[in-house]
Design a protein around this ligand. Structure first.
Ligand code: M6R
Length: 611
């Protein structure tokens, strides 16, 4: 969702703000703006559309020497994505500028009150109401920080908000409530941002703000206070191990392609330190879980791609881990009043660790007395901090809005969790063959990816004119069918539906015609005859079929379809790790061939921090 960057230090702020905003582009946005000090006044520049439009406007602004400023990329919630709704927003009279990520739920009530006091508003946003409210509180408050806190205490909802006001030159204030915000502490300079990549070239020393905290930043100095009573809060500075290369394109045309191609390394990093060798063979070692009992029942909760990873992992958790496992979409979970018993555990999966619905599900589970395991990628994210135990996927920053390597790492970790619980139930490893297969994944995948990329590109050209697509799979491949369809939809805007192969004849098959191709995942050797029958049903209705299959005894299986995509033979679980990048690469190349904005698809945000 919206990207936030603030800076106070010794360098010209505007170029740093723009650089930070570029690094936050992946979060998704439709307009952008900056505010900085020009002498004793505030200069605000904003533009609808991409950052290039803002940069063009800034070229015409003379003498941008400010060393403090704030910048924002907006993903529209209240009001159209037009310039007047772009942030920063100003208080009445223009003395205070703020940027905001989140939703002020009682904004209408506050707006009515301010309108009655004679305020006039220039935008349709809840953020402008907050800016005016701070200005109004400033009349009664002792100082600017106090006014900021007083206004925020009246605002209900979620926010990460940063304020700049020439009343205190060179100072920025920041506050957080249920939306991500952290500080990057450099030498003689401090950044505040929605996410680490925004300031990664300058510092890896990070202070994570908590809900209900306010930070005051002035040059290289910073302090944190409680929103409730402005009492000082002790914070620790954490070092993040991410490096710049991990957040750069590394010679690839798009972050998405880079992130797909780095999956062998991602699996390796996810396995790192989690497998030990003893006389009796390899064992999975997940120390984070050692202090918790083996759950009687596990509830997996997640959204989007993370949900698909959970669906994929459920079968392993039940069969290998021996744990009855339920699965919910996070936005449904909290509203269906789930039956949770204290001896159950909840496993929330989230790449960003900030997805609002997943975070709310975590809180509900904890309220009901369940222990929560967080499976996250982003260090220090809200879910990582609020879960009883966090297992990091260790995939490095995922910049492309479309999630790729995150799912690969989530699947790896889910397989390890299943093996780990299997081990806790029996002294010996639950499934040594599976563990060996998982350990062999980096090499298997690295060997297969170059040819897969070529095949995906060729298929993309042939099938990019389709208006709709089916993705079919059974067993664990059903989860991958959902993921394949999600990727195609979000990247190329081609309608796609993922279905359990056996469900086709219960209705969807009516849609099949020569213009509605099917991508069939036919990798499961045990279920192959069944999937083959489902494919025949599609072919009998003149449907075009791409079948993703694996070799058996060095040969392609017996199947007559328009396109057969043959992957190397692999362990049944390992085959999923080959199928996943095949699906990702196909969607990537279709979208690229169609000229779509691959890394920032329209209407999407990388981390969905509102309900
Ligand atoms: O950060 P999370 O894993 O919680 O995000 C969940 C979804 O928003 C995310 O996976 C989304 O579906 C992606 N755009 C998929 O590519």
């Amino acid at each position: 969702m919206c990207g936030i960057i603030g800076y106070s230090g010794h360098r010209p702020a505007v170029p740093l703000l723009l650089e930070g905003l570029h690094r936050l582009e992946y979060r998704g946005y439709d307009s952008a703006g900056v505010a900085f000090e020009q002498g004793a006044h505030l200069q605000v520049v904003k533009a609808a559309g991409k950052l290039a439009a803002l940069e063009e406007k800034l070229e015409k602004v003379p003498c941008m020497l400010a060393t403090a400023g704030i910048g924002h990329t907006r993903w529209a919630t209240h009001g159209l994505p037009v310039e007047r709704n772009a942030h920063p927003h100003l208080s009445q009279g223009g003395g205070i500028a703020i940027i905001h990520n989140g939703i002020i739920e009682n904004f209408q009530e506050l707006k009515d009150e301010l309108l009655a006091r004679g305020h006039t508003f220039l935008s349709d946003t809840d953020t402008e109401v907050l800016a005016h409210l701070i200005g109004e509180e400033r009349r009664m408050a002792d100082n600017l920080g106090d006014a900021f806190a007083r206004a925020l205490r009246r605002a209900h909802g979620a926010y990460a908000v940063v304020m700049l006001a020439p009343e205190e030159l060179g100072v920025i204030y920041a506050a957080r409530m249920a939306a991500p915000l952290l500080m990057g502490v450099g030498t003689g300079e401090v950044f505040v941002a929605s996410d680490i990549p925004a300031f990664l070239p300058y510092t890896r020393e990070v202070v994570f703000l908590e809900d209900g905290e306010i930070a005051r930043i002035e040059g290289g100095r910073w302090s944190v206070f409680s929103l409730a009573d402005l009492s000082p809060v002790e914070k620790t500075v954490s070092h993040v191990p991410w490096d710049m290369q991990a957040a750069a394109k590394d010679g690839y045309r798009h972050f998405m392609l880079k992130e797909i191609m780095e999956q062998p390394r991602v699996i390796q990093d996810c396995l790192s330190g989690r497998i030990t060798e003893s006389a009796s063979g390899h064992r999975v070692c997940l120390r984070e879980l050692d202090g918790l009992p083996v759950p009687e029942r596990l509830h997996i909760v997640a959204c989007g791609t993370s949900y698909n990873a959970g669906l994929w992992g459920r079968q392993l958790l039940e069969h290998t881990g021996g744990i009855p496992t339920d699965l919910d979409i996070a936005s449904e979970f909290r509203y269906r009043d789930p039956l949770l018993r204290p001896q159950d555990m909840v496993l929330v999966i989230s790449q960003s660790g900030e997805t609002a619905d997943t975070l709310a599900a975590l809180r509900l589970a904890r309220e009901k007395g369940c222990k929560v395991i967080g499976l996250c990628n982003v260090l220090g994210s809200s879910i990582a901090r609020e879960a009883d135990v966090v297992l990091y996927t260790q995939a490095g920053p995922e910049i492309s809005v479309a999630s790729t390597k995150a799912m690969c790492s989530q699947m790896t970790l889910l397989a390890l969790i299943a093996l780990y619980y299997g081990q806790r139930r029996q002294p010996a490893c639950a499934d040594p063959e599976l563990l060996e297969a998982i350990m062999g994944l980096p090499v298997l995948l690295a060997g297969a990816l170059p040819a897969m990329r070529q095949k995906a590109e060729a298929l993309a050209v042939r099938f990019s004119s389709a208006r709709s697509f089916f993705y079919l799979g059974r067993g664990q491949y059903y989860a991958l069918a959902l993921e394949g369809a999600l990727k195609l939809k979000e990247l190329s805007y081609i309608h796609a539906e993922g279905y359990a192969s056996g469900e086709m004849k219960h209705g969807p098959i009516a849609l099949i015609d020569p213009a509605f191709p099917t991508f069939a995942l036919a990798l499961d050797n045990a279920l192959f005859p069944k999937v083959k029958s489902n494919i025949q049903e599609v072919l009998a209705r003149q449907g075009r079929v791409i079948a993703l299959v694996q070799e058996r005894d060095g040969k392609a299986p017996d199947l007559e379809v328009e396109e057969m995509w043959v992957l190397p033979e692999a362990h049944p679980v390992a085959a999923s790790f080959l199928a996943l990048p095949a699906l990702q690469l196909f969607s990537y190349h279709v979208a690229d061939y169609l000229g779509k904005d691959v890394d920032q698809p329209r209407n999407l945000a990388k981390s969905v921090t509102v309900e």
